[in-house]
Ligand binder design. Structure first.
Ligand SMILES: [Fe+2]
Ligand SMILES: [Fe+2]
Length: 414
């Protein structure tokens, strides 16, 4: 059995990836070609990654539509998602060869990846377990690639082949840029993937127009004013306006952000024991940490109230409310917006509790929301440590995901 593995962030999968998979399968007479989306690639900046589930689903749709899926020998694997931590090719190959010792594996990589394979974890181990099939991407000259391949054959005994395919100079980053600029219909993607992106409003392709009428937003505002103290109401307005501004920068529906910001603390001033009781009544799961640190409960209860009391059906809005206190790994843009706005809205004053001026974060959040998210989490953790307060493990989980942005500044093209 000969099996090829085509890994990648597939953010999103595009026609050149599909053409590469098909060309490799045909030119090397592979029995199987597995598309394997990377969960969290170690060498790429994850700031522009949409969720693994979305990338997996787009890959499934594309492989089915363009290549005919499993009946034609094209498969999909979520192996890289199941493993914790960063995604390394050597671990993938170790797993695959242990699972199928009699299979001959081919690992397909872009020409650019071949050029810096020495930086990968354990390149000698990788080439020991598979033949590398190198795709020319049009951005690295063939003679340089051939020279590099020869060096690797000599130095680590690599088996390296080249594949010709129709790359059309497409890149995922160009596609994402076009989508952000409203050109979703003109990108080189299978139609099922275009539909999916459109439906889920990925990559900032939110539609013009409104999900909420001005009347509805006014009704929510009046209700908040009635329910909350003047201080909390002003804070909610601040979060709402700041969320709306950030939504303009990050390609999120502005009225959704307005509503999420407005409603995020709707449960905050309910007595904490009553909050707990209401959660139990509504069947909202609370963790032991939340039951002991009851000030966290209002986020989950707020999401419940958004649904039941305010009739919000949009899951992203409800999740933005639910995760506004501690965040979660790989937040959606709207979730991140409300998380940051809650910390940075104009009336917040944390100056005694922070190691960096709030004004710096308020400026940074409009340029780099991922780095701002990481800094907010770091400041929060540091402050809680100084106070000697218990820290919610969920805060650490979120921080672990975002801390990579503290030193990572430039998005990498894929
Ligand atoms: Fe809150
Ligand atoms: Fe808040």
């Amino acid at each position: 059995m000969k099996t090829g593995i085509l890994g990648g962030t597939f953010n999103p999968i595009h026609n050149a990836h599909l053409s590469l998979g098909k060309a490799a399968k045909e030119q090397f007479s592979l029995d199987k070609l597995i598309f394997m989306p990377a969960a969290r690639p170690a060498y790429k900046d994850p700031r522009q990654l949409v969720s693994f589930e979305d990338r997996m689903e787009m890959t499934r749709l594309a492989v089915e539509e363009v290549l005919g899926g499993e009946k034609n020998g094209y498969f999909l694997s979520d192996l890289e998602f199941k493993r914790p931590g960063n995604t390394y090719t050597c671990d993938t190959m170790a797993y695959m060869t242990a699972k199928e010792p009699d299979t001959e594996f081919y690992f397909i990589i872009g020409g650019d990846s071949l050029m810096w394979i020495d930086e990968w974890k354990d390149p000698a181990d990788i080439v020991n377990k598979c033949t590398l099939i190198v795709a020319e991407r049009g951005d690295t000259r063939m003679d340089i690639l051939k020279k590099k391949a020869e060096e690797l054959r000599q130095s680590i005994n690599a088996r390296i082949e080249f594949v010709n395919y129709d790359h059309n100079f497409v890149s995922s980053s160009d596609i994402r840029k076009k989508i952000r600029l409203g050109e979703l219909k003109n990108v080189a993607l299978p139609s099922s993937v275009i539909e999916y992106i459109d439906k889920k409003e990925l990559y900032g392709c939110c539609k013009d127009g409104f999900y909420f009428s001005p009347d509805e937003i006014q009704r929510f505002t009046l209700e908040m004013q009635k329910t909350l103290s003047p201080f909390r109401f002003q804070h909610s307005l601040g979060v709402s306006y700041m969320s709306a501004s950030l939504a303009m920068v990050y390609g999120v529906a502005v009225d959704k952000a307005t509503v999420a910001g407005l409603l995020h603390d709707s449960a905050k001033e309910i007595d904490e024991n009553e909050q707990e009781r209401l959660c139990d009544e509504k069947g909202i799961d609370l963790t032991p940490v939340e039951r002991s640190a009851k000030q966290l409960i209002h986020a989950k209860l707020g999401a419940g109230l958004a649904k039941d009391k305010y009739g919000i059906k949009d899951e992203d809005i409800c999740n933005a409310i639910k995760f506004h206190t501690v965040g979660r790994p790989a937040m959606t843009r709207l979730e991140q917006i409300v998380f940051c706005a809650d910390f940075l809205e104009p009336q917040r004053d944390f100056k005694d509790k922070m190691s960096m001026p709030l004004r710096e974060l308020r400026s940074l959040v409009f340029r780099d929301i991922d780095k701002t998210t990481a800094l907010i989490l770091k400041e929060t953790i540091d402050w809680l440590k100084i106070k000697g307060s218990e820290i919610n493990p969920a805060t650490y989980e979120t921080y672990d995901y975002y801390k990579v942005f503290l030193d990572n500044t430039d998005a990498v093209k894929d």
